[in-house]
Design a protein around this ligand. Sequence first.
Ligand SMILES: Nc1ncnc2c1ncn2[C@@H]1O[C@H](COP(=O)(O)OP(=O)(O)OP(=O)(O)O)[C@@H](O)[C@H]1O
Ligand SMILES: C[C@H](N)[C@H](N)CCCCCC(=O)O
Ligand SMILES: [Mg+2]
Length: 211
Amino acid sequence: MADLPRRFFISGTDTDIGKTFVSALCVAGLSAMYWKPVQTGFPPDRDRDTVQRLTGLGDGHFFPERFCFTEPLSPHRAAEKEGRFIRLSDFVLPDSGSRHLVVEGAGGVLVPLADDLYMTDLIRHLDLPVLLVCRTGLGTLNHTFLSVEALKNRGIPIAGIVANGPFHRDNLEDLTLMTGVPLLVHVPFVANLSEVDMAVLFRTCFYSRQV
Ligand SMILES: Nc1ncnc2c1ncn2[C@@H]1O[C@H](COP(=O)(O)OP(=O)(O)OP(=O)(O)O)[C@@H](O)[C@H]1O
Ligand SMILES: C[C@H](N)[C@H](N)CCCCCC(=O)O
Ligand SMILES: [Mg+2]
């Protein structure tokens, strides 16, 4: 099984890349706790609810967001539109006890939380290793290499890459060979989410290595 730390931060190479989907996999497969520190576009978007729907787990697996903003924007702009301000001191990592803890970011690794405050600053503040979610197709090499460089340059440990989407052997090999970051797992595209058992899919993905 791909080694996963007890507590980790799921970031990605972009928004809409599959962080919540991969979070749901990990929460289901590890019976973990889930925390989305900053949610924008709520309502209607709430990743916490999506993870609960996909996993079928009870409220006890979910910590409340530290910030929810209405506008579906970058957190710094969403906060500004509500006259609010995000500071690092606002964030305290919740205690998940003996359970795994999955923390999901918003967008990619350098999304701004405020002027001169970025998602990477939050990751370092929480002192968590990163699972970096990327797409599998054309374009992922550049996006992933840029994200890996941003994390490495800030001394943020990367637990591994999660390649999310249709299988692409060359890209999956290059992603790890050219970054030195382990490819933890390839998550396939699931056509019918209503029929998938996320815990089973987690074990299928994380216990059997495809490349
Ligand atoms: N492997 C997959 N199979 C099927 N659908 C997927 C898969 N990965 C992601 N999706 C779908 O793609 C959409 C975007 O995924 P997701 O919400 O996880 O992105 P995100 O990175 O969490 O976005 P945000 O930055 O807003 O948090 C969702 O509708 C999700 O269900
Ligand atoms: C609204 C969206 N679903 C995310 N929650 C926030 C994504 C911020 C992306 C900012 C950017 O990289 O341009
Ligand atoms: Mg999400």
